[in-house]
Write a protein that binds this ligand. Structure first.
Ligand code: NI
Length: 248
């Protein structure tokens, strides 16, 4: 259930038995010629909502803008600095910790967030370790939705090497299944350059002119998106249960 759809009394009641919460984290950035700018936030939110329903676990508001400085040469992309994202994650977690949540399970939709999310968790733990009484008790985990076992296998089976590393057919398929009205029937010309290193936004655009990195998102379709959502939820449910144990 979404935190947004609860009353404060319902949250207070839940905290008696469950102190875990999911936090979707995405990005707002170009996703190639046919991918939505909101792809990473849309995917993370949908997976968290579905897994949260299956587990009967609360889902916090999505962090919609991530660390995407390298996409800023494409119109519509937004970014927060790593330092801002660390503060944002800190305030998301500490707000919820204040009420008694202890286990924070981030479902990440954007690989570019990973180093910053890791640093944010270290900041949170440092705050606890340096406090006189070691309080509050906090445990954080972040998973990239595309890297679960079942999900990785399905991505490989569906798209092989054409999955690529950015604006992938799997993420585009997910958004197509989540909202068919957003499907873009537009041409995608040429083969995307293979994944590789990049620095700032102009460097990224020079190396990856239409935004794609090694991917062929024309392979995406909503039917694949439905299958991908199913395996993603199975991966997340299994991993979340391991993470929380009987931690309440
Ligand atoms: Ni993405």
């Amino acid at each position: 259930m979404l935190l947004h759809h609860c009353t404060w009394k319902e949250v207070e009641e839940r905290l008696q038995s469950s102190k875990g919460i999911m936090v979707p984290i995405g990005s707002t950035e170009q996703h190639g010629p046919n991918g939505l700018i909101g792809t990473d936030a849309i995917c993370a939110a949908a997976i968290a909502a579905a897994a949260g329903d299956e587990l009967d676990v609360l889902v916090a508001p999505t962090i919609p803008v991530g660390m995407a400085q390298h996409h800023m040469a494409f119109a519509g992309s937004m970014t927060v600095r790593p330092s801002t994202l660390i503060q944002l994650i800190n305030d998301w977690v500490m707000s919820l910790s204040h009420h008694g949540f202890t286990h924070f399970y981030f479902i990440n939709g954007h690989g570019g967030n990973t180093p910053t999310v890791t640093a944010a968790f270290d900041e949170l733990y440092a705050g606890v370790s340096l406090s006189a009484d070691g309080a509050p008790h906090i445990r954080c985990r972040s998973v990239n939705w595309w890297q679960g076992k079942r999900t990785s296998e399905l991505r490989k089976k569906l798209y092989g090497a054409k999955e690529g590393a950015h604006a992938t057919p799997s993420e585009v398929a997910l958004t197509q299944y989540i909202d068919r009205d957003t499907i873009k029937n537009v041409p995608v010309d040429g083969v995307a350059p293979p994944p590789g290193a990049f620095a700032d936004a102009s460097d990224y655009r020079e190396k990856f002119p239409d935004g794609r990195m090694g991917s062929d998102p024309t392979l995406a379709n909503p039917e694949d998106g439905e299958k991908l959502l199913g395996v993603c939820v199975a991966d997340v449910v299994e991993d979340y249960n391991k993470f929380v144990g009987n931690a309440a």
